[in-house]
Design a protein around this ligand. Structure first.
Ligand code: FES
Ligand SMILES: [Fe+2]
Length: 327
């Protein structure tokens, strides 16, 4: 993981009002919950008393979450507010029972966690506001891949795999020769590229300089969100929520504003997601077999020019990890 980043980890609708949920993200056992007004909190899911999972407890009217074992209460910042066994007039200083809390934000139906030091919080959680306006509607699904999230991201920047993994879907046409690809980098925020593959008639592949970013392009924003901008009216957005070093969950959204009627666009989104499901399963089948599960800048792979978007991803990720000291 890269420290001091806003990671997209869940969708807003997964955390229901007053029903705590336990999730493992970034190698951490977390509990997320909302109070009656819908305000979201995220704490370490381990009670400071005797280690029970707080997520098995409940959210009280006071907005505190109560451990199910001996009733210790914590506020949204993880501060211990009440220990029933001590008696209500004998609470004293409870600060040694405080538990770690995490800063969370929600936008566009995505929950982000600040993974790092709170004093270093900067910037806004990443999204594609420049492309996705409020006319868009989307449908989504999620799927867990047994690999490190870096491999899942690299797969979405891989223009070389299209005619093989997706030979009967988005990679139809036997376009095995890889031109470029052209890449635009805005450090440290995003990498943009687009596939420019052709049938191989014996021609020499074009250099990145001879290629351009096409109207269908890919954009990845650090640390873990990606978009395939298919056209002005269609986009696919995926965020790759790390569970641990060997697992991540892909949240896949199909966005469109094809007609001027949202209701029709919702129907299109409903069916559109099935095509994405087929493509996602094609990728998953192969990507989960890659070894090692976690990619890194200096590893034993023999790369080719078409892999450049992946190399650039690894370089920036490596820089960000070093800048923020790897955890
Ligand atoms: S373990 Fe949570 S109150 Fe005792
Ligand atoms: Fe793919």
């Amino acid at each position: 993981m890269i420290k001091n980043q806003w990671y997209a980890i869940l969708t807003s609708k997964e955390v229901k009002n007053t029903k705590p949920i336990a999730v493992k993200r970034m190698n951490l056992d977390l509990v997320l919950f909302r109070d009656k007004r819908g305000r979201l909190s995220c704490l370490m899911d381990m009670c400071s008393h005797r280690g029970a999972q707080i997520s098995k407890g409940k959210v009280l009217d006071s907005s505190h979450i109560q451990c199910p074992f001996h009733g210790l209460e914590f506020d949204k910042d993880g501060k211990c507010k009440f220990i029933p066994a001590l008696g209500k007039n004998n609470q004293g200083d409870l600060s040694r029972f405080n538990i770690k809390s995490y800063e969370v934000r929600e936008k566009n139906g995505i929950i982000y966690i600040w993974y790092g030091e709170k004093e270093k919080i900067k910037g806004e959680p990443p999204f594609f506001d420049e492309n996705i306006d409020e006319d868009f509607v989307y449908s989504e699904f999620k799927d867990t891949w047994n690999t490190h999230y870096s491999r899942s991201i690299e797969n979405q920047l891989d223009v070389v795999h299209l005619p093989f993994v997706h030979h009967n879907t988005i990679g139809r046409g036997n376009k095995t020769l890889v031109n470029g690809p052209k890449i635009i980098i805005e450090k440290p925020d995003y990498i943009m590229t687009s596939a420019n593959n052709e049938k191989d008639f014996g021609q020499i592949p074009k250099s990145p300089e001879e290629c351009e970013i096409r109207s269908t392009y890919l954009k990845f924003k650090f640390p873990n969100i990606w978009m395939n901008r298919v056209s002005e009216k269609i986009a696919i957005i995926i965020f790759f929520a790390p569970i641990d070093d060997e697992k991540n969950v892909l949240y896949i959204r199909f966005y469109n504003k094809i007609t001027s009627y949202k209701i029709i666009n919702r129907i299109i989104a409903f069916f559109g997601i099935f095509a994405n499901l087929i493509i996602e399963r094609q990728d998953k089948r192969v990507v989960i077999t890659q070894k090692p599960k976690r990619s890194s800048l200096k590893m034993k792979e023999n790369l080719i020019p078409g892999d450049r978007p992946i190399i650039e991803y690894r370089k920036i990720r490596d820089e960000l990890i070093k800048e923020n000291e790897e955890s």
